[in-house]
Design a binder for this molecule. Sequence first.
Ligand code: 3PG
Length: 212
Amino acid sequence: MTEMMNQLKKIGIIPVVVLNDVKDALPLAERLMKGGLPCAEVTFRTAAAEESIRTMARAFPDMILGAGTVLTTEQADRAIDAGAKFIVSPGFNPKVTEHVLKKGMPMTPGVCTPTEIEAAMSLGLDVLKFFPAEPSGGLAMIKAVCAAYVNLQIMPTGGINAQNVRDYLKYDKIVACGGSWMVSGSLVKEGKFDQIEQLVREAAGIVKEIRG
Ligand code: 3PG
């Protein structure tokens, strides 16, 4: 694993963020840093994603910022230009993945079947996103596939929350879990940044409890 993946493994939980307004980017980044999860996957599901990443990356250069839901090479280029340090996609798109890897950037495409895992591994990847984690079999499925692909490490997202994240974090093939429960769209929209910081702090506490 790369140094950045090792850092993400130490952080343990990656807040998955959908930002509709760039003005929320800075207060959100501040609360993530203060609460103890100095990372985020900012999804390209909104027009505000690119500028939000740029704003967060400038204010907090040490934050490990990824761009999520990257579906095209053009989005990948914009995300990288904005300061994203890794690129995430919900599925495995060889064209986008090869494009990002050629630029020397880390990419974690989403997979949820052995066939997709092998296709992604054939490009040299050994850390993959398992998505959508809970509907696709959750930890039991991850353990089953990791038994076959012994060098594979997983970043699960989708349906992970404060109740079930402990079980994922206990499994040593999990790099970090992605989740939106501490940074939900409604909390951001309503400007409930105190509550976000509290949920982030609790999430960071769970990582410490499980991983030390
Ligand atoms: C997503 O696609 O939004 C992420 O996987 C997060 O999923 P979640 O909202 O279930 O945490």
